[in-house]
Every structure is written in structure tokens, then in C-alpha cells.
Design a protein around this ligand. Structure first.
Ligand code: CDP
Ligand code: MG
Length: 734
């Protein structure tokens, strides 16, 4: 069935809304004091017309004074302009005109809050300005990002701008992947990685500047980092020597820069004792926004139809589609229909952009679009504010995103689940804004105007909705506590108590809430505490090799089993030979083993083919190989022999994993359903599980899925007697 490209998809009779600074601008006029490309200091004036209190303008004299008495650091770092074009692009960014003023302001203040429109050049330029001006001294400049893909691709970009390769002057550090070297001065890293670094260096002494980017996203790690930075700055910048060290080896002061793409600037400023707010204007053109006349059932199908509608009706310009997931299936559908287009039409070039994809693939979105071609970019939230993709004229906004949520926060157990939810107004604004970077743009919202009006204003901080277990463990290692930490938003007591309970069940803390040696060991692993517990337990059971195989898959960013709706039966049949009678964890192990054998004997193409035939995601398997390598290194440091194997004895493996998943356990009821051991809910085994039509006395599971029922996914069968050996809490239930 071909997409009906001329269907009445949009209610064009309805007056569209638009924003931007063009002729049909509906938002309040900017104050004339905000010059394009220059800075105003004073109160924030949001990109979307939401006006803050009166702007407090100040003038910059543009004086070129030496900063901190140091010389221009660029000579020391041997700037080697890669290409004239890149340098010209740098100079033409909106932020470039305000460069000196910005350096002066940052020099004057220990903490600066930067509010800037997306695409103005904050993330790529400010670290370079700091380096060039010598403001960063001899320390490293950290730039934190909530997302892995953003950290790696920004590092690539900035390295290219400096004419070097990633890992030299510019590096990155994300979970399970790091490219930094002795010369690295600008380090793009995930917020999770810098919080992890606190464990070994509680004053972040290697860093002279920490830039907290995308602070508006308010991820759990960003919030923890912002709280820790307060303490660090107190200790490092205080004039009296707290540490009692001689002033000679006292640490350099730390500069903090908080960057946000949306409002919230006031809140960050207030949190840091009224820190200076600087507003950086971008280059926003008007964007015409269309809403659908009716709500859409299937956002994928709807996005595809809208894409072809644009492709056939509208002038050249790239299309950016925001999707929560299913990027690969939409990619396939668009490819199929694009082939059927008449010869005289423009070509379609599809560029997906998401975390699990190889960096080289992700980099393709930034390549110039070839002639007679329309790029169609399929992206997750990543393109909302973290990355600006040039050439986009049309945005298709499905109105959905993936959001981390911990559904049973009060009862504990389980991990954060990624759920598809409606976006917020603030996200919708940002998404639309991506169409107006280079000229008048168009945004097609696959939801009604009414739906838009009902959206929440902005996303709730993660700390109020996600599991606190892993963070609490890290804080405990630092000798800190969640309830004592100076946070921007405090989680409720129930959530904190539940996190304590989880850690206690994992033997990471004792009854007095003190961290145990085991807890310290667990914190060394870049894993969910539950999985770290499983790896440590495998040492006792003599099956570390197997447990690492399984945990590596479970910690990958994509799923192992591809789920294509029309081919579900074929997939089940093809994978039958991996199915293990005790459940999904050992089924995964079978796949890993089979893949390992194939990799030994077959070439790349045959491996790929094998994966395709079995409906397996090879990306997951390759990523898992990489993760396993990293976990092996941690094991070595902790003197855990990662080669120990129990061969074909399955019980030790299940038991090791069960030590981590104690809270995710359930016992069979007379009606065949399972009752959670830690909560009251009845759960069913997910239809995708290899245990789905079996009845066993007890199960452990990776996660719960909430649909019309509660399903346990990633399930293994376990003997009830296992729980008798554990803490009293579970024993009573069993
Ligand atoms: O952080 P902010 O949103 O202010 O902007 P940025 O990430 O520093 O990006 C500045 C400009 O660099 C954007 O307009 C992008 O078009 C460009 N850029 C690029 O072309 N390729 C990249 N990989 C990253 C940025
Ligand atoms: Mg940015």
C-alpha cells in the first residue's frame, strides 16, 4: 500500500501558530538590548518568548585584557586549522561576536549560568574559548552531557575544529567507552561518568572548569553533580585552607558553568547563590506550525505519510522526524516507499540518529546533503537541544518521547523502565525550533492543537521519578547521604527509604545504613547495583564467565531480539534452538555462545547473515563484547577471576543472578499468576519469554512492563528454597 501523499492529513484551514523573529512573529518583541550574537547579562529572556523579569542590561567594553594574567593558551595547544570552511563556520556562529565579553564574564565569576538558544555555539565553542584565553589554566575542561551520543559526536566535531583526532586535545568519556589521552584538555563526558569520577577524586582535582550542559534536562546525574559541585567549589575555592595543606599544593579554584537551552535559568542561579545569568541569542527564523485535525493512532505510519507529503509537495530542505523509538522500522518503511517514487523526484537519503548506532553512522547526519536529494533524519530526543543538525527546514514531531520512570518507587525492586510518553510544551517548542535554523521552517505536529494545550509545561526532574538505588550507593561510597545532600529538588522520603531497602537487600549496606565492603566492590562496576551484585555473587558460585556474558547483553543499549511485528512467528521459530528451559537468562547465554562460535569460524558477512536469519541484533552482540571487556577489567582490579566457568551446570548461574534480582522475584499462586515477593501485585510472564507457557514455583525477572496487565520480562525459573538462604524479609513471603 503506497502512502497517500495527498491525503488531507493536516487541517490547513486552521490558523497556524508561528514563532521566530520574522514578519509573522507572534511572540513578544525582544528587547533591543539583545543584539544578535552578543550577550546580555541580566535576567533570562527565553527563546520562546516567555519573558522573565526586567532585563538588566550591562555594557561590555570589548577590552582585550589578559585573563588571569595568562597568555593566550592557543599557542601552547598548537592550533592547527583543519579547514578554512570549519574555521569560517566557527566565526559565523552567533556566539562568536560575544566571545570576549563572554570570557570576561566567566573570568569574573566562579559560577555562571548560560542560557542560550540551541545552535548558537555554546557547547562546541565555549570550551575552546576557555582554552584559547588561558582561562582554564592547566586543568581539564569537562563538558557534561546527559546523552552518550551527544558526548561522542560533540567531541568529534570539536576535535575536527581543532584539526586533531579525538583522544588528543579533545576527548570523550562515556559508559563503556573512553577516548582521552595525556594531552586531553577538553573532555566531553556523560553526567554519569563525572559522578563516577567523584568516587576516586572527590574534589575533581583534574578539572579546572566543569561545564554542566543541557542542565534543563535535569537528569538524576546532573542534579547530583550540581549538588556535589557546590561542595567542591566550597572546598577548593575557599580562601581559608580547609584541607590544612600548604598553599603550594592547594588546588586551583574551580569554575562552574551551567548551560541550559530552555528557561530554568533563574532556578539554577538561585541554587548557586544568585549566580550571574548570561543570555546568548541564537539565530531563530520563523517556523510555521501545523497541528493535525485529529489525533493519530500510529505515529510511525503518520510520520511516514507526512514525510512523503512534504517530499512531493514542498521545496527542497531536509526533514527531521522526532520519534521515541522504532527508528529502524520507520527507516525500512520509508526506504521501501522511496524506491517507488517517480524518477524525476528528488532522492531520499535516510539518516537515523540514536545512541546505539555506531558513531560513524551518526556522523552522517552532519554531512552536506547531496544535490537533488532530501535528507530524512530520524532522531530521538537527541536532536531536540543537544545536537543541531544543519539543513533542516521541516520538522515532523510525533509528540512522543522515551522517558525513564520508576514505577514502583515506593515498593522498590526493578529498574527504571523507559516508557513512551507524551512530550512537554517545552520539548514541542524546542523541536519546532529545529526547523528554523537557517531560514523559515515548518513544523508538522502529529497531534492536535488541543493535545498540545494539555501538555505539561516542562519535564519533571528525574530525581523525583527515577530509581535512587544506584545514586545512593555512589553517595554512600563518598561518605555522603541523599537526605543530607543540598539538592535542587529533594526526592520524597518514601523513595529514599525504598532505595535504602534495596541496598540492604543487596548486602551493600548494613542495618545501620553503613556501606559494607561488598557495597564498595559493587560501586566499582559501571552497572546497575543489582547486576553488579550478580557479578560479585558469581565469584562464590564459580561462574563469572557465564554471568558476565549475560550481564553484558542486559547492559547494552539495544535489545538482542529483534521484534518485527509481521515476522514474529518466523522469528520465534528461528530462535527456537536457543530457547532454554530454565528461562531467558540462559537463553541469552545460548545466543552469546552460538555467536561466539560463529565469530571464530566465519567472516563478517556470514556473521551478519547469521544474525539476520535468527532475528538477532548484531549491534547488541558487538556492544556486549565491548562491555564484557570493560567488566573484565573491573573484575581484575577486584581480584575476581573472570574466566571461572561452571560449564553446563545452570543452577550456579541462576543463583548468582538471583542475588541481584532478589527484589524482582515472585511466587506462583493457585491461579497460575505470580505474586511479587516485595509488593502485592500479581504479575504474568511476558509472552516473549521462553518461560511464557510454563508454571514454575518461583521466578526472577529483569523488569516489569505495564500494559493492561503487569508483565515480567527477562524471566528465569528458580527454586523457592533459594530464598530461604536469604534475608528474613523474602523468607517470610516465600
Ligand atoms: O550548544 P549549542 O546548541 O548552542 O550549539 P553547538 O552544539 O555548539 O553547535 C554550534 C553549531 O555547530 C551548530 O549550529 C551546528 O550546526 C554545528 N555543528 C555541526 O555542524 N556538526 C556537529 N557535529 C556539531 C555542531
Ligand atoms: Mg549545546
Amino acid at each position: 500500500k503506497a502512502p497517500h501523499v495527498n491525503g488531507k492529513h493536516f487541517d490547513k484551514s486552521k490558523k497556524y501558530t508561528s514563532f521566530g523573529d520574522g514578519s509573522d512573529d507572534e511572540r513578544p518583541r525582544k528587547t533591543p538590548l539583545v543584539l544578535n550574537g552578543s550577550l546580555t547579562n541580566g535576567k533570562a529572556h527565553g527563546p520562546n518568548g516567555q519573558r522573565h523579569k526586567k532585563p538588566r542590561p550591562s555594557r561590555f567594553n570589548g577590552q582585550n585584557g589578559l585573563v588571569n594574567g595568562q597568555q593566550d593558551g592557543s599557542s601552547k595547544t598548537s592550533l592547527k586549522p583543519s579547514s578554512i570552511a570549519l574555521q569560517a563556520q566557527r566565526k559565523s556562529l552567533p556566539i562568536a561576536k560575544g566571545r570576549q565579553a563572554l570570557i570576561d564574564e566567566i573570568n569574573k565569576h566562579d559560577i555562571t549560568v548560560l542560557l542560550g538558544e540551541t545552535g548558537s555555539g555554546k557547547t562546541t565553542q565555549i570550551p575552546q574559548y576557555l582554552l584559547e584565553s588561558g582561562l582554564a589554566g592547566t586543568g581539564i575542561i569537562a563538558v557534561t552531557q546527559p546523552r552518550k551520543v551527544a558526548a561522542t559526536s560533540l567531541a568529534e566535531r570539536v576535535a575536527a575544529e581543532r584539526g586533531t583526532l579525538v583522544g588528543k586535545l579533545v576527548g570523550y568519556s562515556v559508559r563503556f567507552d573512553e577516548r582521552v589521552g595525556p594531552d586531553t584538555r577538553i573532555k566531553y563526558m556523560t553526567d554519569g561518568m563525572i559522578v563516577r569520577e567523584l568516587l576516586s577524586d572527590r574534589l575533581l582535582s583534574n578539572y579546572s572548569v566543569v561545564i554542566v550542559d543541557e542542565a534543563h534536562e535535569r537528569t538524576l546525574r546532573t542534579d547530583l553533580l550540581m549538588a556535589s559541585l557546590k561542595r567542591i567549589q566550597r572546598e577548593r575555592n575557599s580562601p581559608t585552607d580547609l584541607k590544612g595543606k600548604s598553599s603550594a599544593n592547594r588546588l586551583n579554584p574551580l569554575k562552574i558553568i551551567i548551560m541550559s537551552a530552555t528557561l530554568d535559568a533563574e532556578k539554577f542561579s538561585t541554587f548557586y547563590e544568585n549566580a550571574k545569568i548570561i543570555y546568548i541569542k541564537g539565530r531563530q527564523h520563523p517556523v510555521k506550525i501545523f497541528h493535525t485535525a485529529q489525533g493519530q493512532q500510529d505515529y510511525g505510519d503518520s510520520a511516514m505519510r507526512t514525510f512523503f507529503q512534504i517530499h512531493t509537495d514542498r521545496p527542497p530542505g531536509d526533514v527531521l522526524i522526532f520519534l521515541p523509538e522504532d527508528i529502524e522500522s520507520l527507516q525500512k518503511s520509508i526506504q521501501v516507499f522511496a524506491k517507488r517514487l517517480p524518477q524525476d523526484k528528488m532522492e531520499v537519503l535516510i539518516c537515523p540518529m540514536y545512541a546505539a548506532q555506531a558513531p560513524i553512522e551518526n556522523a552522517k547526519v552532519f554531512h552536506p546533503t547531496p544535490p537533488r536529494t532530501r535528507k530524512c533524519i530520524l532522531a530521538t530526543n537527541i536532536a531536540e537541544t543537544s545536537l543541531t543538525i544543519p539543513g533542516v527546514k521541516y520538522v515532523i514531531d510525533t509528540g512522543k518521547c522515551k522517558e525513564k520512570r520508576y514505577l514502583t518507587r515506593d515498593t522498590g525492586g526493578g529498574f527504571d523502565a523507559l516508557l513512551t510518553t507524551d512530550i512537554t510544551k517545552s520539548s514541542a517548542m524546542q523541536r519546532a525550533g529545529r526547523a528554523g535554523r537557517e531560514g523559515t521552517g515548518f513544523c508538522f505536529r502529529l497531534y492536535t492543537e488541543e493535545a498540545y494545550s494539555k501538555m505539561e509545561l516542562s519535564t519533571q526532574p528525574e530525581i523525583l521519578r527515577c530509581s535512587l538505588v544506584s545514586s545512593l550507593l555512589q553517595l554512600k561510597c563518598l561518605g555522603e547521604d541523599l537526605d543530607e545532600l543540598e539538592l535542587m529538588d529533594k526526592p520524597d522520603d518514601i523513595a529514599i527509604i525504598s532505595a535504602y531497602k534495596s541496598l540492604w537487600l543487596l548486602d551493600a549496606i548494613n542495618k545501620n545504613k553503613e556501606i559494607t565492603p561488598l557495597g564498595h566492590e559493587m560501586a566499582h562496576f559501571p552497572l546497575e547495583p543489582a547486576y553488579a551484585r550478580a557479578v560479585i555473587a558469581s565469584k562464590e558460585y564459580g561462574c563469572t564467565s557465564e554471568v558476565l556474558d549475560i550481564i553484558s547483553i542486559l547492559s547494552s543499549s539495544s535489545k538482542l531480539f529483534l521484534d518485527i511485528s509481521e515476522q514474529r512467528e518466523a522469528a520465534a521459530e528461528a530462535r527456537l534452538k536457543f530457547k532454554h528451559s530454565s528461562g531467558d537468562h540462559l537463553t541469552i547465554l545460548n545466543v552469546v555462545r552460538a555467536y561466539h562460535d560463529i565469530s571464530q569460524s566465519e567472516a563478517k558477512a556470514a556473521r551478519k547473515d547469521w544474525c539476520r536469519k535468527h532475528f538477532l541484533n548484531e549491534r547488541t552482540l558487538l556492544e556486549a563484547n565491548n562491555i564484557r571487556e570493560q567488566l573484565r577489567r573491573v573484575c581484575s582490579r577486584l581480584h575476581i577471576d573472570y574466566n571461572t566457568t561452571c560449564r553446563d551446570d545452570e543452577q550456579p548461574i541462576i543463583r548468582s543472578i538471583a542475588h541481584g534480582l532478589v527484589q524482582n522475584s515472585a511466587f506462583i499462586q493457585p491461579d497460575g499468576s505470580y505474586k511479587q515477593s516485595m509488593a502485592q501485585s500479581l504479575v504474568k510472564i511476558h509472552p516473549s519469554s521462553s518461560l511464557c507457557d510454563k508454571k514454575v514455583e518461583a521466578i526472577i525477572y529483569d523488569e516489569l512492563i505495564y500494559t493492561n496487565q503487569i508483565y515480567a520480562r527477562g524471566v528465569s525459573s528458580i527454586h523457592k528454597s533459594f530464598f530461604a538462604t536469604l534475608g528474613t524479609l523474602i523468607q517470610r513471603q516465600a
